[in-house]
Ligand binder design. Structure first.
Ligand SMILES: *Cc1c(COP(=O)(O)O)cnc(C)c1O
Length: 376
């Protein structure tokens, strides 16, 4: 029996489809219709749906230990922290449950780091035009999108952004605690930022003594064909935030930081009840074991290039890196609706951009299937 959504709040609008199960790169709705999934739960299910190793890890960890809180250490958390430190070149990790929480923690960490250095005026957080960092009040305050901020004022004081990318450089000054950047702006329309621009931001942060925070919530965990997108553009972040792909759909978030910055989170200064629980950590360890393999990342680059080429032959202003691509269409909402009617799931980002973020296990034949349907 299909239950009504009458009791669910309306913030997601009306959604035509109700999903039942998934397998690999396909989702099946309650009527049993099959869809080629180029949303991956919004760049989350990097290993696709019902991946046997994820299922096995979940079952095993559920029968071992789901939660014990951060009153105690747990081996899965320690293992994941070590692994992410190795992969990022940073030193320490803090775990939470979502992308917005990771950015929230990074805002707090940046301010507290300045505070403990005696720089009490260094409280400003700079973000970029078209940035997206999340929906809690802190992360929303560094997400300069009027539609998302409307009705929620007053927001966090000390958040600042320019109207153009180049002007952003001038906003980073002696009172700036941190500047947040995304290597590819996902929710902002899937726009890759110029490498030269990103390097200029990094240099300006160094000059001004501000921290560079790279938000890898969407771009991390292999999405762009390297484990982190910052590797592909040669950035040296002080702090990295992660979430979406990290546990293939089990809620998780992470903040990575270099030693000196991480040390600002002294005992009792921040926390999370669920963050770093053994269940999410175990699944994340399995995801990282698979995705960080060089052959897996090479596959992402290959199929990503193939997807990009196919999209360029079909549409305009194709932009992105790896398996994170965007395309301009006249009306994104109706494009996405039409694609779903033909059995392909896509997301609209803004009024005229369509986003392609399939599971990273997608094969070139699935890209062909997508292209065939889009060509219609
Ligand atoms: C999705 C996203 C977030 C927010 O993550 P949630 O888990 O939805 O809170 C933050 N930053 C970026 C770049 C994202 O794509």
């Amino acid at each position: 029996m299909l239950q009504s959504s009458r009791s669910v709040m309306g913030n997601y609008g009306t959604r035509g489809l109700c999903m039942q199960r998934g397998e690999g790169v396909y989702l099946y709705d309650v009527q049993g219709r099959r869809y080629l999934d180029f949303t991956a739960g919004i760049a989350v299910c990097v290993l696709g749906h019902a991946h046997p190793q994820i299922t096995a890890t979940l079952v095993e960890q559920a029968g071992t230990l789901i939660h014990c809180s951060n009153l105690y250490e747990n081996t899965q958390q320690n293992r994941l922290a070590t692994r992410l430190a190795e992969l990022s070149g940073l030193d320490k990790a803090f775990f939470c449950n979502s992308g917005t929480e990771a950015n929230e923690a990074a805002i707090k960490l940046a301010r507290r780091y300045a505070y403990l250095k005696g720089q009490q005026n260094r409280t400003k957080i700079v973000s970029l035009p078209r940035a997206f960092h999340g929906r809690t009040l802190g992360s929303l305050s560094i997400t300069p999108k009027a539609a998302y901020q409307e009705g929620y004022q007053p927001l966090l004081p000390g958040c600042d952004w320019a109207s153009t990318l180049t002007e952003t450089l001038e906003h980073i000054d002696k009172d700036t605690a941190a500047c947040f950047v995304e290597v590819v702006q996902g929710e902002g329309g899937v726009h890759s930022l110029e490498v030269d621009f990103l390097r200029a931001i990094e240099n300006r942060c160094h000059e001004a003594g501000a921290l560079l925070v790279v938000d890898e919530v969407q771009t991390g965990v292999g999405r762009t064909g390297s484990f982190f997108a910052f590797e592909r553009v040669g950035l040296h972040p002080d702090v990295v935030t992660m979430a979406k792909g990290l546990a293939n759909g089990v809620p998780v978030g992470a903040v990575l930081a270099r030693q000196e910055v991480a040390d600002a989170f002294t005992p009792g200064s921040h926390g999370s009840t669920f963050g770093g629980n053994p269940l999410a950590m175990a699944v994340a360890n399995t995801v990282v074991d698979i995705v960080a393999q060089p052959t897996f990342l090479e596959h992402v680059r290959e199929v990503g290039d193939y997807l990009s080429t196919k999209l360029q032959s079909l549409g305009d202003e194709v932009s992105g890196i790896g398996l994170m691509q965007g395309m301009t269409v006249p009306d994104a909402k109706s494009f996405v609706a039409k694609a779903a009617e033909h059995g392909v799931l896509l997301t609209a980002v803004g009024n005229t951009r369509v986003r392609f973020v399939p599971p990273l296990i997608v094969q070139s034949q699935h890209v062909d299937e997508l292209a065939q349907i889009l060509a219609q």
